[in-house]
Design a protein around this ligand. Sequence first.
Ligand SMILES: *[C@@H]1O[C@H](CO)[C@@H](O)[C@H](O)[C@H]1NC(C)=O
Ligand SMILES: *[C@@H]1O[C@H](CO)[C@@H](O)[C@H](O)[C@H]1NC(C)=O
Length: 720
Amino acid sequence: MLICFLVFVADLVQAGSVSVLLGPSDGLHSHTLLLDEERGRLLLGARDHIYLLDPDNPDKTPRKIHWPASRERVDMCRQAGKNPTLECANFVRVLHNYNHTHLYACGTGAFHPICAYLRITGNTEVRIIKESGRLKCPFDPAQPFTSVLTDQFLYSGTSSDFLGKDASFTRSLGPTPDQHYIRTEISQDYWINEAKFISAHSISDTYNPDDDKIYFFFREASREGSDKSIVSRVARVCKNDMGGLRSLTHKWTTFLKARLVCSVPGEDGVDTHFDQLQDIFMLPSRDEKNTKVYAVFTTSSSLFPGSAVCVYNMADIRAVFNGPYAHKESPDHKWVEYDGRIPYPRPGTCPSKTYDPRIKSTKDFPDEVVSFMRMHPLMQRSVSPVGGRPVFTRLRADYTLTHIRVDRVMAEDGHYEVMFLGTDIGSVLKVVSISQENWATEEVILEELQVFQTPSPILSMEISSKQQVLLVGSALGLSRVSLSRCPVYGQACAECCLARDPYCAWDGHSCARYIPAAKRRARRQDIKNGDPATQCWDTEDRKGVEEKLIFGIEKNSTFLECVAKSQQAQILWTFQRAGSERREEIKADDRMLYTTRGLLIRSVRPSDAGSYTCLAQEHSHFTHTLLKIKLQLVTHVQLASKPGEETHLKAESKQHYKDYLRVMSAPYGSLEEYCDSLWLEKRPSRAKGKGLGSSKWKHMQEMKKNRNRRHHVKAEEVQR
Ligand SMILES: *[C@@H]1O[C@H](CO)[C@@H](O)[C@H](O)[C@H]1NC(C)=O
Ligand SMILES: *[C@@H]1O[C@H](CO)[C@@H](O)[C@H](O)[C@H]1NC(C)=O
C-alpha cells in the first residue's frame, strides 16, 4: 500500500495547467531566459543554441539558432580534462536586448567566452557580429553569474579566468565615445572575495540622472580572523563612474557593499542565519524609487537545512549606504566602525555638476577620496529585512528554495504579493504572506506544484503578466504553469474561500479567476481571514459526506485516503470502534501514520475495525468532515477457511479476498487504478455530515440491515 502513496505524490502534476515548451533533449542544464513581452518573443540560450519561442503560441515549434564554440576551443577544452557534454560547448549565459535591431549574447565558448551582436529577422536570417567575451561572461557553465544591460552598457558579475578564482564586477560595451571598461579592484581582503553573483539592477536613486546606480547582489567568503564563512551582500556603483585618475584607474571609485541579513531568533537565544543568497526579485512599487527587494536565502549549515524569504526596502538599503563605514586596520584585523574624518565629497557619491561644478567626473575626485574608497568599501551597518525577520521560512524540508518571482495581485480586500518559489527538486511553491492587524504576518501556502516529475533543480523562472503564466526552466525542459488554477480548490463557495488564493473568487457557480474590473455582486472572497462563515451560504448544508467501506487484511497494512483541497487545512482522524459510542482522535504512532494523502495503518489488528472520520481543520478553526470510512477486518482464519465451513460473514469476506486477488493479478493501467480498485467501494451512503446524532445512528442500523440481506443472497450463491 505504501507504493500507492508514492505514486499519488507524483500524480500531483496537474496535466491541464502545466504545458511543456521545450523538452528534455535540448541541452538545458545551463540556460538563460529572456522574455520580451513587448516584441512577443521568448528567447532561451542553451548549449550551442538560442531558441526563439512565441510566448503567445506555446504550440508553435521554436526556431533554433545554432551558435557553437569553435572546433579548436572544444578540442582544447577536452584536453584540459573538462566534460565534453556538460562543459566543452558554447553555453549561452548573457542574453539581452541591445538596441532596436540587435540582441547582445555571450556564451562560455568551451571555456573561452565569446560574445556577439545578433540580428534576428524574417524566418531564417541571423546575422552575428562576434567579439571577445572576457570579463563579460563566465568560463564555467555552472558558475553562478549575473549581468544587466542598460543604455548599451553591459554590467557583469563574473570570474575573469579559467579557474574561476578572480571574481569581479565589470562594465563593458557602451556607445563609442563613452566606452570605459572598468572593474572591481583585485583585493580579496577588502573588495570581493570568492564571490558568487546573483543579480544586478539599474536603479535611479534620485531625480538627478547622475545619481543612477547599478545595485548588485552576491554572496562571498568572509574571513574574520581564522573563521571563514559565507555572507550575502548588496553592493552598488555609479553608472557614470569612469575610474580614478592616478589610482584606481579603470577600477570603480564608487563601489560600496553592505551585508544583507536574514535571520530568525532561535530557541536558545542564538539566531539562525540564512547566509547564502540564492535569488533576488525586484518588485516595482507605485513609488518608483522604493522598489521592494525579495530575496531567497538558504542556511549554510548541513545540520540545519533551511530556506527563507526576506523582503527589503530600497530606502533601508540606501540608509545603510549613507551610514557609517567599516574600517579594517590590516588584513589580519577585524572590521570595526570607522570613526575618523570622512573626506569630501562623501565616498560613494556619484559625481554631478549639479552638486559641485568642480567634480564633473570620478577623475576629478580628490586623491583622498579615491584612497579612502580603496580601503573602505564595506558599510558598518547591515541591511535588515522589513519586519526584522523572514516573511517565509522552510526548515528541515527535503528541498531548498532557489528561485523567486513575485506577482502583485488585486483582490477584493486589497493588494497581495504572491510569491512563486522554485526549489532544487523541480517544484514551485505558491505562497502569500498576509499581514494582520497586529503587524504580524501569516504565511499561507496556496499550492505546491511539482512542475517536473523527475526531481531536477529549477534553473530559471519568469512571470509573463500578459499570458498570466509562470515560465519554469530546468535541465529537463521549459514549462509554463498558469498563475491561477482556481478550479482545483473545488466547486463550493466554502472551499474557494478557504483556499485564500487572491487570484480566485467564488462567482456564484464555481471558483474562478478574480477580475477586479468586472463588477459582480455574487463574488465571494476573503483572503485576509479565509472565513467561509462570513462569505458563503453553503457552509451549513454541505453535500452529504460519503461513507466508504473498505476491507483490511489482518496483519497487513491498509491505507485510508483523504486529501483536503485547501493547502492550509490540517487533517485530523477520529476513530469509533465497531459497537462503541465513543469517538476518539487518532494519535499518530508507529502503526498509525498520518501522511499527506491519508492515514496508513500498519499491521491491522481486529481492534482497528470500526468507523474512521477524516476531518479538515482550516486556519479559521472551521472544521468540516471530508470523509468517513468503515474498516472491516478480514482475518487469517477467514482467508484460510474452506468453502463448506463458511458462515455468512465469511462468505462475503471470502468474496472480497477473491476481489483482492483479482486486482492483484489483473493488468492495471496505472498503480493509481490499482489502488482505487483496492478500495472495494460499497454503496456510498448519503449520511448527513453534521455530528453523530440519533438520525445518524438510525442510519447505521439501516446499513447493517441492508448488508445482512445481501449476505443471504451471497450465501445462496455459494451453496449452489
Ligand atoms: C544596433 O547595434 C548594432 C551593433 O553595434 C549596430 O550595427 C546597429 O546599427 C544598431 N542599430 C540601431 C538601430 O542603432
Ligand atoms: C500481506 O501483504 C504481503 C505483501 O505486502 C503479501 O505477500 C501477503 O500475502 C499479504 N497477506 C495476506 C494475508 O494477504
